[in-house]
Each structure stands twice: as C-alpha cells, then as structure tokens.
Design a protein around this ligand. Structure first.
Ligand code: IPM
Ligand code: MG
Length: 357
C-alpha cells in the first residue's frame, strides 16, 4: 500500500518523540512492503516563529493532501508565561482540529501488566482497566463564542455551545465502539447544572434504544473523576464533551503508570490525526528523556484507523510491550535497573525488534 502521511512534530519534546515514531513507521512499512511517503509541516510555536500563524495554510494543505497526520505536541513556555499573547501555539492545534473536522478524539486507556507497580493506584484496583474515552473535539467551551474580556479587563467569559447534530454524531460513534467492545457506554456530563449537558442526555436517551444490547450509564463528571480512581475497570466506552474529556483523560493516563503511554486518534470529516495525549513538556526538550511510547502507539493507531492495517498495528504494540517487559524504558517508567535508556534508545530498540521479527 502507498502510505502518504503529514508529519507535524510541533514544539518542545514533539520533534524527539516524532522522530522515533517515524523510524518505527518506516520499519513497519519496510517489513510489510508498504511505500511510505511523508512530508513535514509546521504547527504551534515553531510555526508562529516562522510565519506568525500557529497553523499556516501550507500546513493545512499538506494535511488535506495526506492520508493521515502524525502529530507531536504544541506549547512553549514563552507563551505559557505570557497570558496576554494574542497568538498562541494551542490555537494552531484547535484550528487544525476544526479545519480538518476532527470531531472525535479516541483515547484508549489500557494498563500494561509490566507497569502496574508504577501506577499511583493499588494494583488490585487498576489491574485489567481497559476503556476507550471518546472525547468530543470541535465543540463546547474550547470553541464557543463569544469568548473574551470586558473593556475594563475585569470580566472574562467563555461560551459552551453544542448542537444536536454535534452530540448525535459522537454519541452514535460511542455506541458503535461499544458494540465492538464490552457493550457499555458511560455518558459523562453535568446535567444537574449545564444546559448543554441536558442536551447530551436527551440525545443519548434517543440513541440508546437503537442499541438494545448496549448498557447505558449516565454519570456526572465530578462523580466520574472519582470513579476513575476508585473503580477504573467499571468503564468500557466513555463519551463526553470536549473539556471534560480533556481533563478525564489526563487523569486516566496516569492510572496506566505514565502519561507518556497514552496515544490518541482524532477522526472526523477530513484526514485523521494521530497524537500522544501528553503535551509538549518544554522543560524536557532536547534532553533525550521524553517517553516516545505514546507517539509510537499513536502510529500503531494510525496503521489501524487510517489504513485498516491491523497486523502492522499489532506488531508495534507487541514491540512496545516487549520493550517494557525488557525494562528498556525512559526514566518515567523505568523500574530498578542500572541501564539508563533515553528517547532515542527506546525508539531504536523497538525498531530493532520490528526488523528482527
Ligand atoms: C490535549 C491538549 C490540548 C487540548 C491543548 C494543548 C490545547 O491538552 O490534546 O488534550 O486541550 O485539547
Ligand atoms: Mg489535554
């Protein structure tokens, strides 16, 4: 197959982790006889520096012309420390999601047996946790308008907006996934307070009867945050609005032992995008300590979701599991060992594993 991808490293640790995911992608293409065609583009702070725009038109064209986008992270301390900056790296990511129509963000939270001891939760609580969080990605508070400040600067406002159509398409997707999994959907909202959440509930109640085999559970987001650490194995498919999903998946990611392990796929109208859920961690940039596994696992999702190549995805996951079993790990997940591995060494080990398979 011809695999044509856009590679957007972004900022901070983005370039380092993407370099490893790209090497793994090349190795897999080589092994399975696919031709890989890739081009890099700018997004985030590096794009602001080069062009003034965090998601330049040229990058958008590249994404539109590719079959998948492999993306690292955006964010930079220069902007984090300057709340009055008008143009921000994160706007590039939001613009990219919106313009590519990526309304669904699939974030699988799975535990790895070899890492259970690294979880901040007790092993008996976390063992076997395996759920898919489906986060709505192009609506809600992050996109609602008006957004801004009063003239005197003393009042600020954001707007949370959802349309029936936006809720319907994502809730349906959640049920479709549940049918392929353990047949349970948890709709997370704040329907006791928010009007948008009541619309979510109404729509979910209309869709649920179309999937009689699927059990539906409604949960307020505060309760869900608690349940995630008390009883993470009770979830199968969780569907929720943009901001709740953003927050809950950070929480979900540490349950598995490290934030550096959680991949994601954003799908929708145009080209799908694959990215780790952790951010750009600018403090670690250039130090060869960032965990490349979330990005490498995002490449596995890319083979499966964008190209329907499941053996390829499985091989990457097998290689990642093998690296952790062999304790070839970056410092965030390394258990007692004298050998220290960095971003590059972990990536190289996984490439070797794939080549020798
Ligand atoms: C994520 C990130 C982004 C988001 C930021 C960088 C805009 O936190 O992908 O979860 O909030 O969506
Ligand atoms: Mg986030």
């Amino acid at each position: 197959m011809n695999i044509k991808i856009a590679v957007l490293p972004g900022d901070g640790i983005g370039p380092e982790i993407i370099a490893q995911a790209l090497e793994v992608t090349k190795a897999v293409c080589n092994k399975f006889g696919h031709t890989l065609e890739y081009k890099s583009g700018l997004v985030g702070a590096c794009a602001i520096d080069a062009t003034g725009n965090p998601y330049p038109e040229e990058t958008h064209t590249l994404c539109m012309e590719s079959d998948a986008v492999l993306f690292g992270a955006v964010g930079d301390l220069r902007f984090d420390n300057n709340p009055s900056a008008k143009v921000r790296p994160e706007q590039g990511l939001l613009a990219m999601r919106k313009k590519l129509g990526l309304y669904a963000n699939l974030r699988p939270v799975t535990t790895f047996d070899s890492l259970i001891e690294k979880s901040p939760l007790r092993a008996d609580i976390v063992k076997g946790a395996d759920f898919m969080c489906i986060r709505e990605l192009t609506g809600g508070l992050y996109f609602g308008r008006p957004q801004g400040r009063s003239e005197d600067g003393n009042t600020a406002y954001d707007t949370c907006v959802y349309t029936r159509e936006e809720v319907e398409r994502i809730v349906k997707l959640a049920y479709e996934y549940a049918m392929k999994r353990r047949k349970k959907v948890t709709v997370v909202d704040k329907a006791n307070v928010l009007a948008t959440s009541r619309l979510w509930r109404e729509v979910a109640n209309e869709i649920a009867p179309q999937y009689p085999e699927v059990e539906t559970e409604f949960m307020f987001v505060d309760n869900a945050a608690m349940r995630l650490i008390q009883w993470p194995t009770s979830f199968d498919v969780m569907v929720t609005e943009n901001m709740f999903g953003d927050i809950l998946t950070d929480e979900g990611s540490v349950i598995t032992g490290s934030m550096g392990l959680l991949p994601s796929a954003s799908i929708g109208v145009h080209t799908s995008l694959f990215e780790p859920i952790h951010g750009s961690w600018p403090q670690a940039a250039g130090q060869n300590i960032a965990n490349p596994l979330a990005t490498i696992l995002s490449a596995a999702m890319m083979f499966e979701y964008a190209f329907g190549l499941f053996d390829e995805g499985t091989l990457i996951r097998e290689a990642v599991n093998a690296s952790m079993a062999a304790n070839v790990c970056t410092p965030d997940i390394q258990t007692e060992s004298d050998t220290k591995y960095g971003t590059k060494e972990v990536g190289a080990w996984i490439v070797d594993y794939i080549n020798n398979k």
